[in-house]
Design a protein around this ligand. Structure first.
Ligand code: AMP
Ligand code: ZN
Length: 119
């Protein structure tokens, strides 16, 4: 069924606690944890607890949970005190765009200068 945990999904295993993560925030519908390979002083992933392969399929099926992910991304930025200096929310979609984990997730990056365009 859509949204059900997938036994072969790394982020479903983080949601269930089967794989450890450095969790910085949790809500009824989301978990936020530090990226294992940080690309900036603040690099946190915000994921929905339900399994969808990417942000767009999540938003199509569960728009309120997609909004929760964005709200939590903003709360992470405030917790990490990068909301003043600016931060970036990234939703890689598809392997050609660098997506490697096919459970929807938002990267929250901040704490350093963020080049635009990103290249
Ligand atoms: P993406 O490339 O957009 O699919 O992002 C996946 C992210 O998950 C990468 O930035 C990885 O560094 C990160 N990642 C992979 N495994 C873990 C893990 N066990 N705990 C935390 N972050 C992870
Ligand atoms: Zn999953």
């Amino acid at each position: 069924m859509a949204g059900e945990p997938q036994s072969d999904c790394l982020f479903c295993k983080i949601v269930s606690g089967e794989i450890p993560a450095t969790i910085v925030r949790e809500s009824e519908t989301t978990v936020a944890f530090r990226d294992i390979n940080p690309q900036a002083p603040t690099h946190v992933l915000v994921i929905p607890k339900v399994h969808y392969p990417d942000a767009a399929t999540l938003a199509a099926a569960e728009p309120l949970i997609a909004a929760d992910v964005l709200r939590e991304a903003g709360e992470v930025a405030a917790d990490e005190k990068v909301d003043g200096s600016g931060y970036r929310i990234i939703l890689n979609t598809g392997s050609g765009a660098g997506q490697t984990v096919f459970h929807a997730h938002a990267h929250v990056l901040g704490g350093r200068g963020l080049q635009w365009p990103p290249g």
